[in-house]
Design a protein around this ligand. Structure first.
Ligand SMILES: [Zn+2]
Length: 271
């Protein structure tokens, strides 16, 4: 029995073959991926839930953070909808992250016990702030960058500090003169203000749904923990506090812990 004699049989076999995945999505390390599904009520990717936004056309958008170090490969996207569970595939492609070599004074590259203790304390403060639950929701839209100037070091740059490899750059460095005002890209709540050893004067703002922004090396901070700020509020001034080779803003965006690019937020989800 050959398929050419029984074309209907081949068609039947093809229709009956179980498809492993529904839709196929692609994203790159460091992206915020915007996926859609009709009637979705929840979604799980990378073993964790992500926020959903219903659209006017009846589809539902899911916003998913892909950390800069997320291993490239295929991941299941599990939607729950009115019919049960549907599974899509998300393929993560490697990002193209350039090398960044910086030379700093020894006290900013090799640390004694007290400095290490302070650095670990700073890191813990940051991690705790990222986890704070807020009673507001993000609309996943940034009105603009906090400072309009040249990017001196992009997200994910592989850092070499005084010849030693370090963890990849967790944000975007924007070079600007000291004193340049820093504008908040979206409404949010100030989760942390602190003077840190490496990050200098730092402000963390939460937008809800696990979306957080970090601003570091500030010369001056104009806000306090707990402040509720509108989009466009001035949070402080660009400076060179902490480990900085010159005045710049280190701007980090974290989404449910993932270190991500703000590009999708600046486009308001229109990809
Ligand atoms: Zn930086």
């Amino acid at each position: 029995m050959s398929p050419s004699r029984y074309p209907w049989l081949l068609l039947l076999l093809l229709l009956a073959a179980p498809s492993a995945y529904g839709q196929e999505w692609r994203a790159t390390q460091g992206d915020i991926a915007v996926l859609t599904h009709q009637g979705a009520t929840s979604v799980t990717v990378f073993g964790q839930p992500w926020p959903l936004r219903p659209q006017a056309d009846g589809t539902v958008q899911a916003w998913v953070g892909v950390d800069i170090a997320r291993k490239p490969g295929d991941y299941p996207v599990r939607w729950r909808d009115g019919n049960g569970i549907a599974t899509d595939r998300l393929t993560i492609q490697p990002g193209h992250f350039r090398l960044s070599r910086i030379t700093v004074k020894k006290s900013m590259a090799v640390f004694d016990r007290d400095q290490l203790k302070r650095i670990r304390h700073d890191q813990q403060l940051l991690r705790d702030s990222y986890r704070k639950q807020l009673d507001i929701h993000s609309d996943f839209h940034f009105i603009g960058k906090p400072v309009n100037s040249i990017v001196s070091t992009p997200l994910g740059a592989r850092r070499i500090v005084n010849g030693e490899p370090r963890s990849p750059h967790s944000g975007i460095d924007i070079a600007a003169p000291a004193g340049t005002p820093i504008t908040l890209p979206a409404a949010g709540v100030v989760l942390l203000t602190a003077a840190m050893y490496l990050n200098g004067n730092t402000v963390v703002v939460g937008h809800g749904d696990g979306l957080v922004e970090i601003f570091s090396h500030l010369q001056k901070t104009d806000v306090h923990e707990g402040d509720k700020l509108p989009a466009g509020a001035i949070i402080g001034e660009v400076g060179a506090t902490g480990r900085a080779t010159g005045p710049h803003l280190h701007w980090g965006v974290r989404f449910a812990g993932a270190r991500v690019s703000p590009d999708a937020l600046l486009q308001g989800g229109k990809q």
